[in-house]
Ligand binder design. Structure first.
Ligand SMILES: Cc1cc2nc3c(=O)[nH]c(=O)nc-3n(C[C@H](O)[C@H](O)[C@H](O)COP(=O)(O)OP(=O)(O)OC[C@H]3O[C@@H](n4cnc5c(N)ncnc54)[C@H](O)[C@@H]3O)c2cc1C
Length: 468
């Protein structure tokens, strides 16, 4: 009898320990057809061995654990706590691609066409981001930003940009005239005129995304890592009609799906019947690192006046949360969707990019500028020349090659770069799978700044499209 009592105590203790560990690691047991699923708790992850073959069932599944997917999943779960939800992410952690490889700037909403979603969501997103970070004690620095004009053509463009910023309701935006005024803000910077945005900041968006994931899990959401979705199929279960399959044969069933696949967003859209266009063409942005001994020369963000002919903001000086200073990014075609160096090549993805009529038209239009970017990538000292216009004391010996990010640039078939956010759904009759899968096909910069505002919009879209 005594022996039996001891065994029961041991058994209950074991259960208590398992339950504690499960909660500690966010380990909601997941059962799947394949032996391994990985669940995440913020930056940590654990691996569980799973024996049985029951498929998990959800009301809404979000594919893609970048900042947009994580923010949207969190927002939907907060507004509809009873929904059974999961995030499926193909990498072994959240924020591994664009979100974890960007400039880390909290943009204030200066550049974007008044009335566009980008303009509206950036201004709103910046305010929400600061509020969220204060609540969650996520570090950021409001270092501000100077957009500096160095010749008369740029001065005119800067004045237009000022008007645009006012229309977009960018808070406290101010035109600064003369080098002396510029130097009061950035002592080592020169220029004729500048726009000063005191509310622009810097942050680590990976930390923000991990926190969105934690909020989501605290409300009962589940996060699967190493789950690369490669098929949407009609399931046999009328209650959960969408069967989501991973590359290695794991299955999850859901009533509805939202995809936020960043660099893979067109491929995911195609899986549910949507056309491949707008196609994602990956453009790598390479940064240079400023010698730490010179980092004190840069207080805040220093940007050029953007050239309206080109889609990107131009190489800029960005202080980082760790005290380093990044210079860049440039823009060169990446030979792989997630190709962070010239050596990363995927022949089929490269062929896919360069055979796309939209890319060919774009390449012909920007042939000269594109070639210049490639040369500057090969010879970083040439890139330094464009930076010396703003901070003349910097020389080629003060920089070294730094990290890179890859932009998911959505391109239409005519070669136009899609600037705004794009949603897509393939509706072929009410009971088609496509009508249950909503895709976010384009979330370009300032997508990270705007993530909380995008999430609100995404949830409104889900509420209007799906019966949740
Ligand atoms: C160089 C660069 C600089 C930038 N600078 C800034 C900036 O300073 N400020 C700013 O606000 N924005 C900036 N941006 C833009 C910002 O990073 C993006 O708008 C934002 O990160 C987009 O988030 P996302 O979640 O859509 O994409 P991602 O972060 O790329 O996430 C997509 C996720 O989907 C996953 N996924 C893809 N396919 C599958 C699949 N089949 N199954 C499962 N998971 C899948 C991927 O692994 C990835 O984790 C910059 C971007 C770049 C590239």
């Amino acid at each position: 009898m005594k022996k039996l009592q001891i065994d029961f105590d041991f058994f209950f203790e074991l259960l208590a320990i398992m339950s504690y560990l499960a909660r500690f690691f966010g380990g909601l047991f997941v059962v799947s057809g394949k032996p391994k699923l990985i669940l995440c708790e913020g930056a940590k992850s654990i691996e569980r061995s799973l024996g049985t073959s029951t498929t998990r069932e959800y009301d809404v599944v979000v594919v893609g654990g970048g900042i947009v997917g994580a923010a949207s999943a969190r927002e939907l779960k907060l507004r509809h706590p009873k929904l059974k939800m999961a995030i499926l992410e193909k990498e072994n952690e959240l924020a591994k691609h664009q979100t974890g490889h960007n400039s880390g700037v909290i943009h204030a909403g200066i550049y974007y066409k008044p009335g566009s979603l980008k303009a509206k969501l950036c201004v709103e997103g910046m305010q929400l981001m600061y509020k969220y970070c204060d609540e969650k004690k996520i570090p950021y620095k409001k270092v501000g930003k100077l957009i500096v004009a160095t010749d008369e053509v740029e001065v005119k463009r800067l004045e237009e940009l000022h008007q645009r910023a006012i229309e977009n309701k960018v808070p406290d935006i101010k035109l600064i005239k003369g080098v002396e005024e510029i130097k009061k803000i950035e002592p080592h910077c020169v220029g004729l005129q500048a726009l000063w945005s005191p509310h622009t900041g810097i942050i680590d968006y990976s930390i923000v995304t991990q926190q969105y994931g934690i909020d989501f899990k605290e409300k009962g959401g589940e996060v699967y890592l190493n789950f690369e979705v490669n098929k949407f199929e009609k399931s046999q279960d009328p209650k959960y009609p969408v069967l989501i399959q991973s590359k290695d044969g794991q299955n999850v069933k859901s009533k509805y799906v939202l995809t936020c696949g960043g660099l893979q967003s067109d491929k995911l859209a195609e899986l549910s019947g949507c056309p491949r266009s707008p196609r994602i063409v990956p453009f790598r942005g390479e940064y240079l690192l400023l010698n730490p001994e010179k980092a004190h020369m840069i207080r805040g963000n220093i940007y050029p006046v953007p050239d309206p002919r080109f889609p990107f903001l131009g190489v800029h000086f960005t202080p980082r949360m760790d005290g380093s200073v990044w210079l860049g990014p440039n823009a060169v075609l990446a030979f792989k969707r997630e190709g962070y160096t010239w050596a990363d090549i995927n022949i089929s993805e490269l062929a896919d990019s360069i055979s796309y009529p939209g890319f060919i038209k774009l390449a012909l239009k920007f042939m000269f500028a594109g070639a210049q970017e490639v040369i500057k990538s090969a010879i970083p000292s040439l890139q330094v020349k464009s930076l010396q216009k703003f901070v003349p004391e910097i020389s080629a010996k003060d920089v070294e090659r730094g990290p890179a990010g890859v932009r998911a640039q959505a391109l239409d078939i005519s070669g136009n770069l899609i600037e705004d956010f794009v949603f897509d759904m393939y509706k072929d009759g009410d009971d088609s799978i496509g009508s249950r899968v909503l895709h976010c096909r384009n979330a370009p910069s300032p997508g990270a700044t705007s993530s909380l505002a995008i999430a609100k919009m995404m949830v409104e879209k889900i509420e209007s499209e799906f019966e949740i």
